[in-house]
Structures are given as structure tokens and as C-alpha cells.
Design a protein. Structure first.
Ligand code: SAM
Length: 211
């Protein structure tokens, strides 16, 4: 962790950080009522801060467990003077459990740890129990946006999302979506691109199941 990141964790936490309390109340966190985007595993948070800057009408809640990344995004939030970004140093599962149902406009998970070795696949974040926890937190028509550069994980995620109740793929064809204009390249993605990696985006929406 750099000196600046450590300083940010101390000096900027009160402004942009939030501890995981018993029940999370987004409106209290942001001091207003606005569409809420949750980003899980934002890494260094550069792309998250850029999105918050580009969309002042939305609120962005970032969750990350890597403290240097949190320090980094706090520095960006301070430099950009963002009022619509809050971050939590916590496991995404704990945060999801505490968010109210139907509170999220979008959940974005960009380049979740791929755990490429078969014996480590059980450590992957995007699996049926995690998606079952996440779905009720989405608003009706709220979106889940995932991107990965690991083909095997991309196919596994697509299979999990395709059979998840209430989720509908927003694209036809092979099920993968073009990168939406609102998503900047992330740090992890840029590194992968330099190594020639392809990227797969997946975009699903919560839809009321037909009775
Ligand atoms: C491969 S990195 C990608 C980071 C960033 N999204 C990017 O594209 O540059 C995955 C990130 O997810 C974070 N992460 C993994 N499991 C998590 C969890 N359960 N809750 C929150 N963050 C998590 C890791 O700390 C790591 O920073």
C-alpha cells in the first residue's frame, strides 16, 4: 500500500467509506433517493470512479476486500469531488445480505477472480447460491452485468444465469453482450488485453416470471 493510499484510508474514510452495519439503508448512506448501482470487487476503482463521475444522477456503492484498492479509489473520489460514491471494505456476500430487497438498479461484477484451475472452481464467486442471494436485491428490470476474460468462467457464468429464476438475458445470439458504452475498461481488463485476452460481457435483467 502506498503512503497516499494509507493516508486516504484514514482521512477520506469518513467522507466516502462506510462500515457494514446490521441493515444497510442506501438513502441514509447517500442522503438522497437515486438509482443505486452496486459494484462487487472494484479492484483499484478507477473505472468505478469514472462511472460515478459520468453519471451524477446515479449512486454507486463499491465493495472490495483489498485495502490498497480501497485506498486508491478513495484518492480518486477525493480528487474528483464525488458525492455519489461510497465504498465498503467487506465481503460482497455480507453486504448483499444487509441490503434491502429490490434496492439495486444494477449489480456489476467486472473480472471476478477467475480461479482457472479446476480444483479451485469452487472458490469462484458466481455460483447458484450467490446468484440466489443477489436476485431479490435487484429491482424489477434491474440489471446484472458481469464481464470476464476467462472463457471457461464466462461459459460457467452464462450457464448459471440462464437457469436462474427471474433473470432474462438482454441479448440474443450466443448470449454474450457487446461492452455497453457506460463501462470503461478496468485495470485488470487492460492487463488481459495486453496479453491478447478476449472479453465476455453478460447482461441480464430481473423480470417478473409469467404466472
Ligand atoms: C481480478 S480482480 C478484478 C478487479 C477489478 N474489477 C478490475 O477489473 O480491475 C477481482 C477483485 O475482486 C475482489 N473480490 C474477490 N472476492 C470478493 C468478495 N467476496 N467481496 C468483495 N470483493 C471481492 C478481489 O479483492 C479483487 O480485487
Amino acid at each position: 500500500m502506498t503512503h497516499a493510499q494509507r493516508r486516504a484510508l484514514t482521512e477520506c474514510w469518513a467522507r466516502f467509506g462506510s462500515d457494514v452495519s446490521a441493515a444497510l439503508e442506501p438513502e441514509r448512506l447517500f442522503g438522497r433517493h437515486a438509482p443505486l448501482v452496486l459494484e462487487i470487487g472494484f479492484g483499484d476503482g478507477e473505472s468505478l470512479a469514472a462511472m460515478a463521475m459520468a453519471h451524477p444522477e446515479m449512486d454507486y456503492l463499491g465493495v472490495e476486500v483489498h485495502r490498497p484498492g480501497i485506498g486508491h479509489v478513495l484518492l480518486r473520489a477525493e480528487a474528483l469531488g464525488l458525492s455519489n460514491l461510497r465504498v465498503m471494505c467487506a465481503d460482497a456476500i455480507e453486504v448483499l445480505r444487509r441490503l434491502p430487497d429490490q434496492s439495486l438498479e444494477r449489480v456489476q461484477i467486472y473480472f471476478p477472480d477467475p480461479w482457472p484451475k479446476a480444483r479451485h472452481h469452487k472458490r469462484r464467486l458466481i455460483q447458484p447460491p450467490f446468484i440466489a442471494l443477489l436476485i431479490p436485491k435487484l429491482k424489477w428490470v434491474g440489471q446484472l452485468h458481469v464481464a470476464t476474460d476467462c472463457e471457461d468462467y464466462a461459459r460457467s457464468i452464462l450457464n448459471v444465469l440462464r437457469v436462474a429464476p427471474e433473470l432474462t438475458n438482454m441479448v440474443d445470439g450466443d448470449g454474450f453482450a457487446p461492452r455497453p458504452a457506460y463501462r470503461p475498461l478496468t485495470r485488470f481488463e487492460r492487463r488481459g488485453r495486453r496479453l491478447g485476452h478476449e472479453v465476455w460481457d453478460m447482461l441480464f435483467a430481473r423480470s417478473q416470471s409469467e404466472a
